[in-house]
Design a protein around this ligand. Sequence first.
Ligand SMILES: [Zn+2]
Length: 587
Amino acid sequence: MDFAEQVKSSVDIVKVIEQYVRLKKAGGSPRYTGLCPFHTEKTPSFSVHSTHQFYKCFGCGQSGDLFKFVMEIERISFFEALKLVAERNGIAMPKREYADPEAKLRAALTEMHEIAAGVFQNNLNGPVGAQARQYLASRNVATEQIAEFGLGLSDPSGNQLVRQFESRFTPEQLEHSGLVAKRQESAGFYDYFRGRLMFPIHNESGKVIGFGGRALRPGDEPKYMNSRETALYRKSYVLYNLHRAKDAVRKSDFSVLVEGYMDVIGVYSAGVHNVVASCGTALTNTQVRLLKRHSDRIVVNFDPDTAGANAAEKSIQMLLDEGLRVRVLELGGDLDPDEYVKASGADAYRQRLEKAPVYFHWLADRARQKFDMRTVEGRMDAFKFLAPAIQRISDRLERFAVANDVADYLGVDEKLVRDHFSKGAVEHPAAPRRSQMPATERLLLHSLLASEAARAQVIPELAGMSAVQRFVSRNVFQALFALQSDGAPFRFSDLEGRLSEADRDLLSAAVFADDRLDEKMALRVAMDCLEKFKTLESESEVASLRAQAKAAEKAGDIQEAMRLNALMTQRDELRRRSRSALGGVVH
Ligand SMILES: [Zn+2]
């Protein structure tokens, strides 16, 4: 067994995928379902099979084993995925060099970020960090929080990282690190961040991939500076604190979206752990999808200033587009979340979160401030401002209820509202593609995959039958027969590997069909299906004998006609006997 196989056999794909996607077990079957992380959907068509260690999305078609999943979701190479899964599960990797130059670069960058995070932390804790520590104390950030969030300080003189890196990494790696920059006027590099309070940014698996730096010295612009985009860090794909927050997001079934690093730290430290922030950018749909994998409910809690309200308005549209259920929390008294928690305590904040109103109430208030509500035109404008958000509600009844509610609140004629929304919903949820495989064929394939005994007993006979040639999924069966005759232990991935894409779809359809069979049941079902196909085959043989006999009679060859008729009766008798002895589950 090679190393990849070794990892695969000891790590459960369900456990791996569960770190990224909220999965639900379907009754007693080995099937788990959830919302697909690779496309936008509201009803789950993403399935994971725990017996065959395989996933498939019936919406967008993505499928594969656990490594393929990790590669796709982390956007890394096979080797990196292998390394990641092995590391997370405490399996020692055999030493091997990265073959792929991209992967080699990413590995170097990961190491550089780890080093940088350590250097920054030492600075903050050392003599050079006195002023920064003072600033944190003034913001009520305790020592434990500094440690928990790995806060640090970048070297004010600006060549500390360069000195650390130069002997260990190539100039090319330095250039692509985002941590140091090339000098314009002379050779060499300088540190990209200087004299800033450093917030490490982690990917979902908890590795440092970038930094946010806050200016500490007066006159340092901009106030916040983020890492440049690198092979590790793409800011629109990252949410600050998600790796710490995701368990709490699942547990509470909602996330809290705030604006800044300090808000996250303040709110998280008060015990509200399901909090994240977008990293100094407008929220992107990729970030929203990251969140949605853990819960589709969210409370947006931005700063109360104009910029914050505008950002919230844009974010709400984005969140609704991705199908999230959005509420908005606005804290009174011009306090941002961090300040509020410090002033009023965690319990008060938690209560405010629980009572946060649904987004359209907040939007309606925005509309009332924006437009002149004393005039009919103003009220209509306010309604038009809200209409797109209401239109996005996919449930028709809910949409009408909300529209009426809002019309009432704004003082707009209800009939106008009804007319506006009678055009219908925007949403067309994609139903999982139904397989074109007949039920008995699907059941047979499903049971053969589920039971070793079924394969051993049924395949030798089935393989010789002409009925198989007429199966929709004949290629899948042929591949299964070939594997069986090889004599090696059955592995689902080997079977999959032998199939074209269309045939792989058929295979997944059979695997994920809701036929719940245990080993014993599977054997019985497989035997019954076999009998059914045998009957069908002998019926078609009898029919063909009958046709031949008729033709012989017509041609005047009475002897041949009689021979065929006798053969036909014999076959028919055989068929009847086997059928009455059967009385099976398949009809
Ligand atoms: Zn999908």
